[in-house]
Design a protein around this ligand. Structure first.
Ligand SMILES: Nc1ncnc2c1ncn2[C@@H]1O[C@H](COP(=O)(O)OP(=O)(O)O)[C@@H](O)[C@H]1O
Ligand SMILES: [Mg+2]
Length: 282
């Protein structure tokens, strides 16, 4: 099937209504259309379209420098796109800052977690959250309350931190990640973007994280899971999107593709559209 998106490098989803998983029938939460972003001569992201459905886990994969972080930083309003539009719940949005994107429910957990090292846990979780008061009608500047809410949010991550007043510099990698995730959940984010969340974890800590991603979805969030450990995405993600050199070279439900195909698209061993379920366009 040749669509208008094909010339932008988007592989159309397979047709055949009844065989589609139910998530395709659920409303679209985020739609990015024709997003491009360059840094000087580097075309980090070129004409990329992305859909994220409600309570969907989307795996975003690609080699180093494929443009994964840049695309998601455009969604989180860290970068302004050179071209393209973003719709949330069907309406075009133009966030002026990451703080504004966050207030609208988009949380990005960065590769380095971007926590404030010299602040304690509740201060990090509520950093820059002045709007929280207005949104929830609750005075979060109240310290015991911030601690209580932080404890609750952390409990959901399944990682225990006894001393809530510990500074971030005193925490392990896994604990820092838990704080970053708690920050995302404390405000009931609609979209949680996790940039290479497994990179800082020991092998043992990865299954609990994947489990947590599933629980965040159960709680109502949609998740973009950036990784290059492709074995993790098949167990966790509903759909998989592959970026290569700034372009989308394939997108398909995880159940309709496999490690070989995704690997081939990541490395360029297989070009989009040649064959396979991620390449259904002629
Ligand atoms: N802030 C920046 N300034 C200049 N170049 C950047 C910046 N961020 C990313 N890039 C470049 O854009 C390309 C895509 O990077 P990135 O989005 O980080 O890829 P990925 O996350 O897939 O590894 C790379 O060539 C990278 O060097
Ligand atoms: Mg990256």
């Amino acid at each position: 099937m040749v669509g208008t998106r094909a010339d932008r490098g988007i592989t159309e989803l397979p047709s055949g209504g009844t065989s589609l998983p139910k998530e395709y029938h659920s409303p679209t939460l985020v739609e990015m259309r024709g997003i491009s972003k360059s840094f000087g001569a580097v075309r980090a992201v070129e004409e990329v379209d992305l859909l994220l459905h409600r309570q969907e886990i989307l795996g975003l994969v690609g080699d180093n420098a494929a443009g994964k972080s840049t695309l998601m930083k455009v969604l989180a309003a860290v970068h302004r796109p050179d071209r393209g539009t973003i719709l949330m719940e069907g309406r075009e949005v133009r966030f002026r800052s990451p703080a504004e994107a966050r207030r609208q429910g988009i949380e990005m957990i960065y590769q380095d977690f971007s926590l404030a090292p010299n602040l304690n846990i509740p201060d990090n979780i509520f950093l820059g959250r002045e709007a929280v008061k207005r949104v929830l009608g609750v005075g979060f500047l109240d310290r015991p309350r911030m601690e209580e809410a932080s404890r609750t949010a952390l409990a959901h991550t399944g990682i225990a931190i006894d001393n809530m007043r510990a500074l971030v510099t005193e925490l392990s990698g896994g604990q820092m990640q838990a704080v970053a995730i708690a920050r995302a959940t404390a405000l009931a984010a609609k979209v949680i973007i996790m940039d290479e969340p497994t990179a800082s974890l020991s092998v043992k800590a990865i299954p609990p994280l994947l489990d947590l991603i599933g629980r965040l979805r159960q709680a109502g969030a949609s998740i973009v899971f950036i990784t290059h450990r492709i074995q993790d995405i098949f167990s966790t993600c509903d759909r998989i999107m592959v970026l290569r050199r700034g372009r989308c070279v394939g997108v398909a439900p995880s159940s309709q593709t496999d490690v070989e195909e995704v690997t081939a698209l990541i490395t360029g061993a297989r070009e989009a559209y040649s064959s396979g379920s991620m390449a259904s366009s002629a």
